[in-house]
Design a protein around this ligand. Structure first.
Ligand code: DCP
Ligand code: MG
Length: 363
């Protein structure tokens, strides 16, 4: 994995799935600035243009050392004129465009509102346009209706807006595993998402459940939820039943959710020692996602849920444009056949790609 160090910069691939991106980011000053620009565009519904900044940040994250001069970006892919301009200004400390965005009332308000579980850019914009700027103002506006998800989002805001630590994720894994095994002793649980990529903190904890018998994937989630309820550790649950069809071809559309059975939860996690004295509360509310794919597609689901989002987007783009194959969270399809995969290595091999470990997928 030190091969990249000796490669000339011109050899950096424009596809994130051909780069090894660890959490050791040597260009954080630049990538933070680029991500503010991207986020600002996303919050105003400009997903397309924001992607250019996300890609530029991702390329910089994969570099083995910090950029010292702007000329060093010349041979790098995905760095357009606008991204280069930001890097240039950042060299002298900070970018005035980034400062402007960070101080912008609209950006700040949209970021605050969309930090609530269940509030997307559209709802955040709606509240902003009504003149609302703070949670207190939102509360005192009776005409603003909240759905069930948003109600839970506000109720547990203090806890779920705090990062979840790896220690907390491990404690949750034991709880989830215990419930899953109780329901089906042959099922297994693995952590996916950012924690599988080696992150120390996350906004939630993602788990994937593997069931060895066909059809079991459809009954396990309702049973696990029932068990959590009886243990009084479930604060919110949204179960999305499977709409998965074995014959359906992988989709082009990246933003579409996959069709596996899944649930979005808020769980009570008991503190190990100290108690929240003010509230007399000995637990923390934590966001947890569970997904239960059928066994024959488990590896594709694992790869998809491990992310990162940008890594997976490029893997799918690479499959389609460079190999003429269709890939998504459900399958890899080529010449009228669904390619089987027992391990993630199999999927990379099908695509003629060098294997990239989960901790190298932080694109
Ligand atoms: N994912 C997906 N389909 C969904 C939801 C998520 O394919 N409907 C994938 C993309 C993510 C991964 O699952 O890489 C986990 O989603 P998160 O939003 O939890 O992202 P991370 O775990 O990477 O980040 P964080 O550390 O903020 O939780
Ligand atoms: Mg996550």
């Amino acid at each position: 994995h030190y091969i990249q160090v000796t490669k000339p910069e011109s050899a950096v691939s424009p596809y994130a799935c051909q780069r090894r991106t660890t959490l050791d980011n040597h260009n954080k000053i630049f990538t933070d600035a680029l991500e503010v620009l991207a986020e600002n565009l996303e919050l105003s519904g400009n997903q397309g243009p924001s992607l250019a900044f996300r890609k530029a940040a991702s390329v910089l994250k994969s570099l083995p050392a910090a950029l010292r001069r702007q000329e060093e970006t010349q041979h790098l892919p995905c760095l357009g004129e606008h991204s280069r301009a930001i890097i240039e200004i950042s060299e002298c400390g900070s970018s005035s465009r980034v400062e402007e965005i960070l101080n912008d009332e609209r950006y700040r308000t949209m970021k605050l509102f969309s930090s609530v579980f269940g509030v997307g850019p559209k709802t955040a914009e709606n509240w902003f346009c009504r003149g609302l700027r703070t949670f207190a103002e939102r509360m005192s506006e009776p005409s603003v209706r909240l759905n069930r998800m948003q109600t839970a989002g506000f109720l547990f805001y203090e806890d779920i807006s705090k990062p979840v630590s790896r220690t907390e994720a491990s404690a949750l894994k034991i709880i989830v595993e215990e419930a899953v095994i109780c329901v089906n002793p042959s099922a297994t649980v693995s952590i996916t998402g950012g924690f599988r990529r080696g992150k120390e903190f996350g906004h939630d904890v993602d788990f994937i459940i593997k069931t060895p018998e066909a059809g079991q994937e459809d009954v396990i989630l309702p049973a696990v939820i029932k068990r959590f309820k009886s243990q009084n550790i479930l604060l919110y649950s949204d179960l999305q039943e499977s709409t998965f069809d074995l014959r359906k071809l992988p989709t082009h559309c990246f933003d579409a959710m996959d069709h596996f059975g899944k649930c979005f939860l808020i769980m009570k996690l008991k503190h190990e020692q100290e108690m929240d004295a003010r509230a007399g509360k000995d637990w923390k509310a934590v966001r947890v996602d569970l997904v239960a794919p059928p066994l024959e597609r488990f590896t594709y689901a694992l790869l998809g849920w491990t992310g990162s989002t940008l890594f997976l987007r490029d893997l799918r783009r690479f499959a389609r444009l460079e190999r003429g194959k269709l890939l998504d969270n459900h399958a890899l399809y080529d010449k009228n056949t669904f390619l089987p995969a027992n391990t993630e290595e199999d999927i990379f091999a099908h695509l003629g790609l060098e294997y990239i470990e989960p901790w190298q997928r932080n694109a």
